[in-house]
Design a protein around this ligand. Sequence first.
Ligand SMILES: Nc1ncnc2c1ncn2[C@@H]1O[C@H](COP(=O)(O)OP(=O)(O)OP(=O)(O)O)[C@@H](O)[C@H]1O
Length: 329
Amino acid sequence: MADGSLELVKVTKRYGETLAVDAIDLRVPAGTYCCFLGPSGCGKSSTMRMIAGHEIASSGDIILGAQNITELAPAKRGTAMMFQNYALFPHLTVLDNVAFSLKMRGQSKAERYRKAGEVMELVDLTKFASRLPAQLSGGQQQRVALARALVTDPGILILDEPLSALDPFLRLKVRTELKRLQRELGISFLHVTHGQDEAMALADLVVIMKDGRIEQAASPQDVFHRPRTAFVAKFMGGHNVVDVEEGAVSVRADHVRLGAGGAAARTLEGEVRGVEYQGATVTVVLGTPAGGEITAVIPEDRFFPEPAELGETRAYHWAKSAEYVLEPA
Ligand SMILES: Nc1ncnc2c1ncn2[C@@H]1O[C@H](COP(=O)(O)OP(=O)(O)OP(=O)(O)O)[C@@H](O)[C@H]1O
């Protein structure tokens, strides 16, 4: 197995006039579950394809362990990629699909089947070994794709939106499975997702991209409690971005309370523009004097003694200590 610590140094990708990835720097220590998030077109897939070798970087270096892999062929990198559409061979059995890339590497049949059997055991596919992909459910096909990527003992596994084709129930189940597998194998997973909740649930390291650049790379807790910019605060959700004397600050929606606060709080007043009951909490949207909006998430036992009604004007506050100063965009 390759040593799985990954470093990107000023990695850039241009497609003609389009600057898809703009000189990004990133360190992913070995054994990290790393999730990539960001709006459509921000360069996530291009970054993954450059790491896997399906695309060559326009400039910059990609270092895996002690080796510069920037221009190596995909099979020589010690990386593996699981594609969104699984890309299984329809005419090959599960066993042969999984063993395929070892055949390409010239390993003997006995060795290929031994190794494929081992990986199939790991992802619970052994009983389907002789089936064709068409005879499997979506979740099972995905496990074949996963086994196929893992059979080469990669130091890094790249998953480009692996859960998007699955229904919500299966998505949750597979997500737990992926995390278990990553821990068990001890290798890094680089996982592209559109789900903020998915990234928060899985990642040791969350990388948020915007316009080909990395806006923030940090632990889920840091990204949530200390978003670097207004973009990150808004993109991750659960935050308000407010302009105060010190500049733009983020305030978590669950730190906003109805009623006036004391000297250590910032108290505003505005129209109640939305009230949504969510079970344990109630989400209240309030106007600000500057013409913006603040979202408050209030525990139901605090809300119902003095419920806010649509259209009325209410005071609300948050502790100044709950403000987190953002970097200018
Ligand atoms: N083969 C290509 N040729 C030209 N432009 C491309 C190519 N692949 C991607 N791009 C452009 O590069 C930019 C980044 O694309 P990329 O697929 O990396 O984004 P992404 O963040 O993965 O998006 P999504 O979340 O929609 O998959 C986009 O502007 C896209 O149109």
